[in-house]
Design a protein around this ligand. Structure first.
Ligand SMILES: [Zn+2]
Length: 389
């Protein structure tokens, strides 16, 4: 049962708008109590009247929804070689985005300074009052201990081990800061874009590295130390040496870094990034297509294991390398269906990302909104104007 104003606001998030009667019914509270709390939410600008549903006859009842313009969310998606920083409204829609090439392996100092400066400039650029920023969220390419926001032994970015990203940004903006693994924010972005219709999904991030975000029953599954979904470093016997030090990881043959290394050694000396590989694939370069097909099969093997364990309703193939399309994705799909028990693949959809490069920032905005619009935060903002029971 819904209690306070924060919970009532929760009913109006995720693009929902409801009539007062629907809010009363969903909350289980008395009409007078709901009116009192909605008035407080409207006085503070969190809730506004939205255009009503189309009705064929009669006057449509007035509907209320979250007011996305009430505040802003700061978001960043730090990849191993690329950084995106953005600002979003409270519905999670991106208002402005900046892109940079970075070397995340060089350590947190320069990269996070860039994130902080970009965020501060974006607040000015879109004309948001600094005190209207309600929360921030950052995705990083390594496992994160969720409770503290600290990175845990990230295999490919040693300088970041134990670094407190949360504290670094909280000092600058004085808002709640959420830090999560890049594949997790991407998975949340994809899931919310499906309007929460799919509760169990596996989202692959295939770029220079390989990772996966697992959504189970609508929630990110992080594991005890934040290392869940690390598909790229599940080893198989007899493979090449990986950048993490193990032998036979999926990344060692299927990661963008491994494909780029191979291409550089075989007639394509200038290949550095995922986009370089995608460009060669689009030109139908035979070696690139062959490497991507092999990568698809190798990733597909690992994904088939995950599908057997988790039984998702959907596998979404995302990340920069997924833009290479068929050579990579066909192999993944084929291996999943060839290697999984029919029970696990019954009704399973394997699709490419609909959000593309925006998936990470979109998911970060959702995580930030969850933190900035949490029941506790809303109660604190609305404060003494309202009693909670
Ligand atoms: Zn590895």
């Amino acid at each position: 049962m819904v209690k306070g104003a924060g919970e009532l606001l929760g009913l109006l998030r995720h693009g929902r708008s409801l009539t007062r009667a629907e809010i009363v019914a969903a909350s289980g509270l008395a009409r007078a109590t709901v009116t009192h709390r909605l008035d407080a939410l409207m006085d503070h600008g969190f809730v506004a009247v939205t255009p009503g549903r189309h009705s064929t006859g009669g006057r449509p009842a007035e509907e209320l929804g979250l007011n996305p313009a009430r505040g802003a969310l700061l978001v960043a998606d730090i990849g191993s070689s690329h950084l995106r920083v953005g600002i979003a409204d409270l519905a999670g829609d991106l208002l402005a985005v900046r892109d940079h090439d970075v070397e995340v392996a060089d350590g947190p100092g320069d990269v996070l300074a860039l994130v902080r400066d970009d965020m501060a400039e974006l607040v000015e650029e879109v004309g948001v009052r600094p005190d209207a920023v309600l929360a921030a969220a950052v995705g990083v390419p390594g496992p994160v201990e969720h409770a503290t926001g600290r990175l845990v032994s990230p295999p490919t970015m040693p300088g970041w081990d134990g670094f407190d990203v949360q504290e670094f940004l909280r000092e600058s903006f004085n808002v709640p800061v959420v830090v999560d693994k890049d594949a997790n924010i991407m998975a949340l972005g994809e899931q919310r874009a499906l309007h929460d219709l799919v509760a169990d999904l596996l989202v692959l991030k295939i770029g220079m590295g390989i990772g996966a975000g697992i959504i189970a029953r609508g929630e990110i599954m992080r594991g005890s130390r934040g290392a869940a979904g690390d598909l790229g470093h599940l080893p198989r016997e007899g493979g090449a040496r990986c950048r993490c030090g193990q032998f036979g990881c999926a990344e060692a043959t299927a990661g963008g870094w491994a494909i780029a290394e191979h291409l550089r050694a075989h007639g394509h000396p200038h290949v550095r990034t995922s986009s370089d590989i995608v460009r060669l694939a689009r030109e139908a370069d035979p070696l690139t297509v062959e490497l991507l097909q092999a990568a698809g099969r190798r990733v597909g093997e690992a994904v088939a294991d995950a599908v057997g364990l988790l039984n998702p309703a959907m596998v979404i193939v995302g990340g920069n390398l997924a833009e290479a399309g068929a050579p990579l994705v066909d192999g993944i799909r084929q291996q999943i269906f060839a290697r999984s028990h029919p029970l696990a693949t019954d009704g399973l959809e394997v699709v490419t990302s609909s959000l593309g490069a925006d998936a990470g920032l979109a998911g970060a905005a959702q995580l930030a909104a969850d933190a900035g619009l949490s029941t506790a935060r809303i109660s604190a903002v609305i404060g003494a104007n309202i009693t909670f029971d």
